[in-house]
Design a protein around this ligand. Structure first.
Ligand code: FCB
Length: 453
């Protein structure tokens, strides 16, 4: 095995200081498998995977990384990296039955896991909803039905009661934009609906569920931090024309402000309804106040930029790809300055912006195990450049407290199944052997160096 040099990060930068939290992230459906074990109920992603043509190669979450059975050695893997924290999610259909009663076996899994993390000195960042809605709630309309927001708050309360004292920070939702837009707008995620009216209503109910969950978490687990995780995207205009600039504005409104404004300003940006006329959600009195309840932290997931242009109908469309820019296995442009610029922009846009954690950032590449291990030089460079972009935002005054790599290991990448590999650890899905990639070694070496400084 070659020895891999540490991530190239200057020792005097803010992100190289020990107070800056570094972690790795996963999510329940993407790694756990054991989809029918110990009383786990079906989720919308089990249903979606079983519909022909939805997921590449017909892949499912039935086995995934078999983490449900291999969690102990997976915790060792995390501890060996030398990171400060692990971000995971709880599978709602594993811990609660249709009547809202706890499922002890499912809960025990998370209790053991969280206890072990604590023993290893790892902080835990726990997401309550990373997209695996119990199917029985979808059968009643899912997030388009207001009832789901109240069921989510019940679930959050149960988790805070059961797992109190074991969790460093709770995130209510992961990327409500994806749940609403990909799930209800374009049907690329479960439940596979294509209806913009349901999309805006689903987002409203997701955010309402989030706002209702916060006091429940606070009541039963007061010492932990509480927040939410949102994905953000960079968008720049193809040309400097007013039309293209408006296109970029609409794209940013759709990708970012549509979700962040209600959370941080207590209102929806009206331009979202210029883009999608006639889709105003039903908002009841008090909802916006609940949704904009102050947060202890905001989790930000960032991956790429799109270049957009006017479509001639007052909306926007993606400009033809510039073939000279660097892209990942997903076809996503590598654009670290987008993360810096957005963070700096949020600081002026949102007076109540809470402390930020980058809760996901990373890239997919077509990695395989060779004689020298798993060489992923593009990922090493990607991580260095994005960490430095975070550093620049911090230098400009943005309060960023930590950074989580997506992901600890290769896993089920939603509609792309197992083909897209985001891990810093390679997973052989036939044998379930985990092999830390060169990027994992570079991260480990960087963290070791940081500890010794
Ligand atoms: C994010 C998801 C995460 C993972 C990455 C690549 O949108 O939160 O589960 O799939 O993308």
């Amino acid at each position: 095995m070659p020895s891999i040099p540490p991530l190239n990060i200057p020792a005097n930068s803010a992100i190289a200081q020990r107070e800056f939290l570094i972690g790795v992230a996963t999510a329940s459906f993407q790694i756990e498998g054991a989809s029918k074990e110990d009383g786990r109920l079906p989720s919308i992603w089990d249903t979606y995977c079983n519909e022909p043509g939805r997921v590449l190669h017909g892949d499912t979450g039935e086995v995934a990384c078999d983490h449900y059975h291999r969690w102990e050695s997976d915790v060792d893997l995390i501890a060996n990296l030398g990171v400060d924290a692990y971000r995971l999610s709880v599978a709602w259909p594993r811990v609660m039955d249709e009547k809202g009663r706890p499922n002890a076996k499912g809960l025990d899994f998370y209790k053991r896991l969280l206890d072990r993390l604590q023993e290893k000195g790892l902080q835990s960042y726990v997401t309550l909803y990373h997209w695996d809605l119990p199917q029985h709630l979808q059968d009643k309309g899912g997030w388009a039905n207001r009832e789901t927001a109240y069921r989510f708050a019940d679930y959050a309360e149960l988790m805070a009661r059961e797992l109190s004292g074991k969790v460093t920070a709770w995130a209510t939702l992961n990327e409500p934009w994806c749940s609403a837009y990909l799930g209800y707008g374009i049907g690329r995620h479960a439940p596979g609906i294509t209806d913009l009216r349901q999309t805006t209503q689903a987002l409203h109910h997701l955010l309402l569920g989030h706002g209702l969950a916060l006091p429940a978490l606070q009541a039963h687990d007061p010492q932990s931090m509480k927040g939410i995780v949102c994905n953000i995207g960079a968008a720049t205009p193809a040309t400097d024309s007013p039309q293209d600039r408006d296109a970029a504005h609409l794209s940013l409104t759709q990708q970012n402000q549509w979700v962040l404004d209600p959370l941080l300003l207590g209102s929806y940006p009206q331009d979202i309804f210029r883009l999608w006329p006639g889709t105003e959600p039903l908002v009841l009195e008090g909802d916006m106040k609940t949704i904009s309840t102050p947060l202890d932290f905001l989790g930000i997931n960032y991956y790429f930029r799109t270049v957009v242009q006017a479509d001639g109908h007052g909306r926007y469309t993606e400009a033809p790809h510039d073939m000279t820019v660097e892209r990942t296995q997903m076809g996503w442009e590598v654009y670290p300055q987008g993360l810096r610029d957005l963070l700096i922009d949020f600081r002026s846009r949102y007076p109540t912006l809470p402390p930020i954690y980058i809760t996901e950032n990373g890239m997919a590449s077509d990695d395989s195990v060779g004689d020298n291990g798993v060489a992923d030089p593009q990922r090493i460079r990607f991580l260095e450049r994005h960490l430095m972009a975070v550093n620049e935002a911090m230098m400009a005054g943005v309060d960023v407290r930590g950074y989580f790599i997506w992901s600890l290991m290769d896993n089920f990448e939603w509609a792309y199944g197992y083909e897209r590999r985001f891990g810093i650890t390679h997973v052989d899905y036939t044998t379930q052997v985990r092999t830390p990639k060169h990027s994992a070694q570079a991260v480990q070496a960087f963290l070791q160096q940081r500890k010794q400084a």
